[in-house]
Design a protein around this ligand. Structure first.
Ligand SMILES: Nc1ncnc2c1ncn2[C@@H]1O[C@H](COP(=O)(O)OP(=O)(O)OP(=O)(O)O)[C@@H](O)[C@H]1O
Ligand SMILES: [Mg+2]
Length: 343
């Protein structure tokens, strides 16, 4: 079914590289227009499909990490539900719009009171994207508004962390928790796009993209497009060069050195990474991803590594981005290594 004609982005199955704009961001070009095209989180998507079929929309709160299809799901749901009335019957407010208490009181109220003729059983929809960036006061102001206009209007909120949404709002909504997309799901989508866009790639290149994206489809598609435009061939080397991420092979080597308690070698490699210009936060993130996915390494060691890596991540995020912090992390990792225990 395709009632989503008024949303610009074509769907993968419909788009083709001759007719579409060569330079359009693939994110928008391949943003699903109908619920059926959303990858992953099948249970939630099928629940949304039932809602779109029956028209009985509750207030909903979509929660989950970035780039996994929350906003897309709401837009598809609204488009499928409202069809041609979409433009009149949907109010979208995201973090870049003013969402102060006054806006909630005035604009949202005004929209909720606006008369729009809709088929029986259908409601106007107010989309509050990135709702976790709304102040507590604005969220409080929403409580009453949500209840007052429940006959005509439904709210769809999306956020990364539900803890930042006040309890009374959560209890007024059906909470849908999105899971991170699996590597297979991301790969499947990337392959579809590669075919449509005639991307030259090898398997290691796509694996590298999946590694850098870590379950975030937005990041994966962005990195694919950046590598395709920047280098013409999507292989491992080009992906890490263009996405400006430390190469996991180097990080693996550092972890291997730490596991043997060879701190000098580990520090030498870390210096190389640091002075190549990689941001401390990217280095630590790569450590985390490698430790998580490096199955050849002793499992207990991998688990024990997480603590020093996590602690360093906290420090780096607070602004302590010196080489010394990273070297300190290596020393801590060495101390949890199997080799350290036998010294
Ligand atoms: N599940 C998915 N299926 C297909 N494409 C997806 C999916 N998730 C994300 N994408 C792609 O990534 C882009 C961004 O997705 P979306 O805006 O829905 O993310 P989000 O979950 O709302 O993230 P954020 O929390 O950062 O707002 C979409 O335009 C689409 O191209
Ligand atoms: Mg979003």
């Amino acid at each position: 079914m395709s009632t989503a004609m008024d949303i610009d982005a074509p769907n993968v199955s419909e788009s083709n590289s001759e007719t579409s704009d060569f330079y359009a961001p693939w994110l928008e070009k391949y943003r699903p227009r109908v619920l059926d095209d959303i990858v992953g989180n099948e249970d939630i998507v099928s629940r949304l499909k039932v809602i779109s079929r029956d028209g009985n929309v509750p207030n909903i709160l979509l929660v989950g990490m970035s780039g996994i299809g929350k906003t897309t799901s709401i837009l598809c749901l609204a488009a499928e539900l409202l069809g041609p009335s979409y433009k009149d019957a949907v109010l979208e407010l995201n973090a870049s719009d003013d969402r102060s208490i006054d806006t909630v009181r005035d604009n949202i109220k005004k929209f909720a009171q606006k008369k729009v003729t809709l088929p029986p059983g259908k409601h106007k929809i107010i989309i509050l994207d990135e709702a976790d960036s709304m102040t507590g006061g604005a969220q409080q102001a929403l409580r009453r508004t949500m209840e007052l206009y429940t006959n005509t209007t439904r709210f769809a909120l999306a956020c990364n962390e539900s803890s930042k949404i006040i309890e009374p709002l959560q209890s007024r909504c059906a909470v849908l928790r999105y899971e991170k997309l699996t590597d297979e799901q991301v790969l499947h989508r990337l392959l579809e796009i590669c075919e449509k866009e005639n991307v030259q790639y090898n398997d290691e290149g796509l694996e590298a993209i999946i590694f850098t994206a870590d379950g975030d489809m937005r990041q994966a598609i962005n990195n694919l497009q950046a590598t395709h435009f920047g280098s013409d061939f999507v292989n491992e080397e080009n992906v890490f060069k263009i996405c400006d991420q430390p190469h996991p092979a180097i990080v693996k080597e550092i972890l291997d050195s730490c596991s043997r308690c060879e701190i000098d070698k580990a520090v030498g490699l870390m210096k190389k990474l640091f002075y190549s210009g990689y941001a401390a936060v990217d280095i630590v993130t790569t450590f985390f991803r490698v430790a998580k996915s490096y199955v050849d390494m002793d499992e207990q060691f991998r688990l024990d590594c997480m603590k020093p890596i996590g602690e360093t991540n906290l420090k780096v995020n607070k602004g302590y981005i010196s080489l010394l912090q990273l070297e300190g992390m290596l020393a801590d990792i060495c101390m949890v290594s199997p080799a350290f225990a036998t010294l």
